[in-house]
Design a protein. Structure first.
Length: 250
């Protein structure tokens, strides 16, 4: 099998070229509003992250982890943060550079695989913003350990993630057809289906892997909220398929 993270990088590049929602950069007007202090960003599909989760951003060093696309980093930059964005998708980083060129700032863009050691020194960042993307990583323990390593003591980790429910259902969300854990690397038929349907190689994860993993890496959970898919049958029935967490490095 080809390295699954390489498959995911190429898949996301294709999604972006096709107009993927999370690969559409913010407008100039949205950037201007952020300069005036009017802003909102997302860790999960529909809920804006509370401003209180960030604290004062001016002068803070922020890492956007797997958060390319020109949606969050421009906002943090407008608010005075010193930002770095790491993503494995070239297309997502290109969107970051486009916004930076348009608005006249320099984007520190790093193309790297988040499942590998992060290319940053210990204690580099004050805050990590990590929207839904762990579903493209088979194992999470190393990601949490690396987040803890590159954050300063007292640094903040903001994470969005799914709870696995979406992986149970067919496209209509009316029939349960898959089993959890959802892992194409351990199911040849599921791997083939993932490639044929251009899903990339995605994985379900448990709350133990997500929140428990953060706690084991040395973080303290300070807040949490739920969110839905935003569209579809599960959303219409109010089923929470996503969580966002705020943790602080001890």
């Amino acid at each position: 099998m080809e390295n699954y993270t390489d498959i995911n990088s190429a898949t996301v590049d294709g999604w972006v070229a096709g107009g993927w929602e999370w690969g559409k950069p913010i407008s100039h007007e949205t950037y201007e509003k952020a300069l005036r202090g009017e802003w909102g960003v997302y860790l999960t599909p529909t809920k804006i992250v509370p401003h209180a989760w960030f604290g004062e951003l001016r002068g803070k060093r922020v890492l956007g982890l797997a958060s390319g696309g020109g949606q969050q980093i421009p906002v943090f930059t407008a608010l005075g943060a010193v930002c770095t964005v790491l993503d494995y998708s070239k297309a997502q980083l290109d969107r970051e550079r486009e916004v930076a060129a348009r608005e006249g700032y320099t984007a520190d863009c790093v193309q790297a695989d988040m499942t590998k050691p992060l290319p940053f020194a210990d204690g580099t960042f004050d805050l990590i913003f990590h929207p839904v993307s762990n579903c493209y990583a088979e194992k999470l323990e190393g990601i949490w350990q690396e987040c803890a390593r590159v954050l300063k003591p007292g640094g903040v980790l903001l994470v969005g993630f799914d709870n696995g429910f979406n992986y149970l259902f067919d496209e209509s969300e009316r029939e349960v057809i898959y089993k959890l854990p959802f892992n194409p690397l351990k199911d040849e038929a599921l791997y083939k289906l993932s490639i044929e349907n251009n899903w990339g190689i995605q994985f379900s994860h448990t709350i133990e892997e997500e929140i428990g993993g953060q706690l084991k890496a040395g973080f303290m959970l300070t807040d949490i909220y739920e969110d839905t898919n935003g569209v579809g049958l599960l959303h219409e029935h109010g089923v929470p398929c996503f969580y966002a967490t705020r943790c602080v490095k001890k």
